[in-house]
Design a protein around this ligand. Structure first.
Ligand SMILES: *Cc1c(COP(=O)(O)O)cnc(C)c1O
Length: 356
């Protein structure tokens, strides 16, 4: 193992890469990780020097706060390689900002920009061979922060660990997605943690989603917790509705995560001359629109799947199938966004950032 020390970062490289053991044509999402990870500990009230080291399990005290009180946040980003072998990120500043606002909400220390961004750049350069060229090949980036302090007393930890792990990914097609509109369970509540990318938001969705799976639905469209009349998110994605030729999506709030894909699609659609209305979307208007034939599309938006079309939904035990349409807005926007991310087209928005 070779070690490089600078005053800013320590890099310990693996002796042999495991890249040749990986079948890049048959990757299941989020299951294979690259050779290295970035680690930076927070202790005695300070961030320590970040270290890049071989990907491996690590030890934690059984009383570490993350296991008991769920102080854990994360991000989801992607890196892309263009035809000239340059590596690109998509709006990484947005993820960095959101990471730290999640940290604040969970009473955790904010991660400095040098640790997050420079650490990520070093890590990507080191594991650059894991990013394959071509549309559909990406490297999924998972930064996370956990409370490592010992003791089961119910207050915030003093110690934390920040890490970034990387997972090569193929474009994934979710297949037919049928959804159930939530009438009882909620993902988020006013004054709660729905706008933070925190582990517990996901844990809380698993049980109601399992129940929906048993009824033949892949996901749940979450509604507002107080009245269950407004459509807010689709599973762990933001959600768009197309009525006639207008796209509708809810404004972000304490209950709705401020997705980077969501806001990029809004700007892109507007630039294409598509009418976009950001306002609360009511269950009743979607039911009316599906009944009178004006509801054309529903799709989820998020980094992992980019755009995920929904084929139908159930509300109060009634199932509504959406029409199958050629050249959907969902597929047009997905193509435009992925082409831009892979540097196959111009980026008039200045969203792509080169790793150097
Ligand atoms: C991560 C996430 C999204 C999508 O955000 P992107 O920045 O587009 O990846 C949407 N909703 C929830 C609840 C999420 O956790």
């Amino acid at each position: 193992m070779s070690t490089t020390q600078t005053d800013k970062i320590e890099i310990n490289k693996v002796a042999t890469s495991k890249i040749n053991e990986v079948d890049f044509e048959n990757l299941s999402f989020g299951s294979v990780f690259t050779d290295h990870l970035l680690e930076c500990d927070f202790k005695n009230g300070e961030w320590q020097k970040p270290v890049i080291k071989p990907y491996a399990p690590f030890l934690l005290d059984p009383s570490a706060r993350v296991f008991h009180y769920g102080q854990a946040i994360f991000e989801g980003m992607k890196a892309y390689k263009d035809e000239d072998d340059s590596i690109w990120l998509f709006r990484p500043d947005e993820n960095f900002r959101r990471f730290n606002s999640s940290a604040v909400r969970m009473a955790m220390p904010e991660v400095p920009e040098e640790v997050f961004m420079e650490g990520l750049n070093h890590l990507l350069k080191l594991d650059h061979e894991w990013i394959k060229k071509g549309l559909g090949n990406t490297l999924y980036i998972r930064p996370f922060l956990i409370a490592t302090g010992q003791g089961v007393v119910a207050n915030p930890s003093d110690d934390y660990k920040f890490m970034i792990i990387l997972s090569p990914a193929k474009a994934y097609y979710s297949g037919e997605v049928k959804v159930l509109i939530a009438e009882h369970y909620s993902r988020a509540a006013n004054g709660g943690i729905g706008a933070a990318k925190t582990a517990g938001n996901y844990a809380g969705q698993f049980y109601p989603t399992n129940l929906a799976n048993k009824e033949g639905f892949q996901q749940i469209i979450w509604t507002d917790d107080a009245t269950h009349t407004k459509l807010e998110e689709a599973g762990t994605m933001n959600v768009f509705f197309r009525i006639n030729d207008t796209l509708f999506t809810a404004p972000v709030s304490e209950r709705i995560l401020d997705g980077v894909t969501r806001k990029s699609l809004i700007d892109m659609a507007k630039k294409e001359g598509i009418n976009v209305e950001v306002r609360p979307v009511l269950v009743s208007e979607i039911i009316e629109a599906v009944k009178n034939g004006t509801l054309k599309e529903i799709f989820g938006a998020g980094t992992a799947a980019v755009v995920s079309p929904i084929s139908g939904f159930s509300y109060r035990n009634e199932y509504f199938e959406l029409p199958k349409i050629e050249n959907s807005i969902a597929s047009q926007l997905k193509d435009k966004l992925t082409n831009l991310q892979h540097k196959l087209t111009e980026d008039p928005f200045g969203w792509t950032v080169k790793v150097s």
